[in-house]
Design a protein around this ligand. Structure first.
Ligand code: AMP
Length: 447
């Protein structure tokens, strides 16, 4: 008997969403897509396409209604904040993406820290939340620990500054706090929290309101330039290992991070905020164990591109489990492979990116090298692919071990051509990983 393919709405037009659409199509879904730019990777899979801002809730809901959508997967955070998941649920559509209230785990850093503190979730930090400048300045002056300064709302991952790094001394810290209020960076208010030292890792999980089912760990690289130098970006690339851990993260560390994730989802539920979607935990492994840097209410970008190609299970089934509150961990399995993702970005990305230049990808050559292409913030115009000021193309090498995955990625990168592009080639290489492992060892030893 032939069954009708399920119509699934995919929201978002970046590399993360290309990876989402790839696994939806692999699971046999008929994909209808909504995005701002015409992402050629997504456009190719889509049975139908709406080019609009993902935060235009009314238009997106109308499109979903007209197309008879039963299930929706929301990629980016902005539509969550705009209430798209609630509006789609109100239409009876199953949604992978938390409600506007539950998405405050990402969209309101003050809400997140306060919830963790109220429910004594392990891994939280000392912090203060301020809606006025004067008490924030007082807290910063009196704190007997170094600070991370975070605008309360969304800043595209670029608003956080840390003492001893982007902030050279207390005077710079105070000036930045004032700037956040003066210019309303990321809304109104600031979170000041304890600076911690260690190595960062990402734990993403499928959450159905109660159950938390983990994906392989990933390490992202936020700094723009090789050697982890330069300004923070949305992420320049990432890697994952065949054992789904990381070279500096032991099983016990993962278990502790999972406990923080489970307790967070419980805390939300107890406060009548059911979380159904992907929960992204950014952790820092410190001498005292994993600590929570932040939560995001969606897959990471690039991290989605590491884990989704490894998914052995049916993604549509998983989405139904999330949306229906009956996800079974036995339904979720990932291949025991390593991945290395390197983002091709416009030259000057992070500082002054050069936009609107052509980029060419020989996709079949990339596939022959054991890698995958995920288009990100590019525009398809008259058969040409043009860069924008954001990340252009993610290339993901996949192999049984990290060394080969990295080599596949590098060979595949040779098939991406453009006159003004930049790649952090050090990502996934032995030298940088050994440095991270040694750094973690010395942090642990000095404790
Ligand atoms: P976020 O946008 O919260 O992920 O922060 C961006 C980056 O700032 C993180 O990836 C960390 O490298 C750094 N960071 C954030 N919070 C802290 C903290 N409490 N201590 C040290 N570094 C931090």
């Amino acid at each position: 008997m032939e069954t009708m393919a399920e119509r699934v709405l995919a929201v978002g037009g970046g590399g993360r969403e290309h990876a989402i659409v790839d696994v939806l199509a692999r699971a046999g879904a008929d994909v209808c897509a909504v995005m701002k730019n015409r992402n050629p990777g997504i456009a190719r899979f889509a049975k139908d396409l709406l080019l609009t801002k993902e935060t235009e809730v009314g238009k997106v809901v109308q499109f979903a209604r007209d197309r008879g959508i039963g299930l929706a997967v929301i990629g980016p955070e902005a539509p969550l904040e705009a209430g798209l998941s609630d509006a789609l649920r109100a239409e009876g559509i199953g949604v992978v993406g938390p409600s506007k209230m539950a998405a405050r785990m990402e969209t309101d850093k003050g809400f997140a820290r306060t919830l963790l503190a109220k429910h004594k979730v392990p891994g939280n930090l000392r912090f203060g939340v301020f809606n006025d400048l004067a008490p924030a300045i007082k807290f910063a002056k009196e704190a007997d620990f170094q600070l991370a300064v975070k605008p309360i709302g969304l800043t595209g991952g670029k608003g956080v500054k840390v003492e001893g790094e982007q902030l050279k001394d207390k005077a710079e810290t105070l000036a930045y706090i004032k700037e956040i209020f003066d210019r309303s960076i990321g809304g109104i208010g600031v979170v000041l929290e304890e600076k911690i030292v260690g190595e960062e890792f990402t734990l993403q999980a499928f959450v159905d309101g109660t159950r938390v089912v983990p994906m392989p760990l990933v390490q992202d690289h936020k700094r723009a330039f090789e050697g982890d130098l330069g300004p923070n970006t949305g992420g320049m690339g990432s890697y994952s290992l065949q054992d789904h851990l990381l070279p500096f993260v032991a099983k016990e560390d993962l278990a502790q991070a999972m406990e923080s994730m489970r307790r967070t989802v419980d805390a939300l539920r107890r406060d009548d905020c059911i979380y159904q979607g992907v929960l992204y935990g950014q952790f820092m492994l410190t001498a005292k164990g994993p600590r929570i840097i932040e939560f995001n209410a969606r897959f990471g970008d690039p991290e989605a591109m590491n884990v989704l190609p490894l998914l052995d299970s049916d993604f549509v089934d998983i989405c139904h489990g999330i949306a229906g509150g009956n996800l079974s961990s036995s339904k979720v399995s990932f291949a025991k492979m390593a991945t290395v993702c390197k983002y091709v970005v416009p030259a000057g990305y992070g500082l002054e990116p050069k936009a609107n230049l052509p980029i060419e990808v020989d996709e079949s050559a990339v596939a022959r090298e054991g890698a995958k292409v995920f288009y990100a913030a590019v525009n398809e115009e008259n058969g040409r692919i043009l860069t924008t000021s954001s990340r252009s193309v993610g290339i993901v090498g996949i192999a049984p071990d990290l060394e080969r995955a990295e080599a596949n990625c590098e060979r595949a990168l040779r098939h991406v051509k453009g006159e003004a592009i930049y790649v952090r080639h050090d990502i996934g290489r032995k030298e940088i990983i050994e440095k991270k492992v040694a750094r973690m060892r010395s942090i642990r030893d000095s404790y």
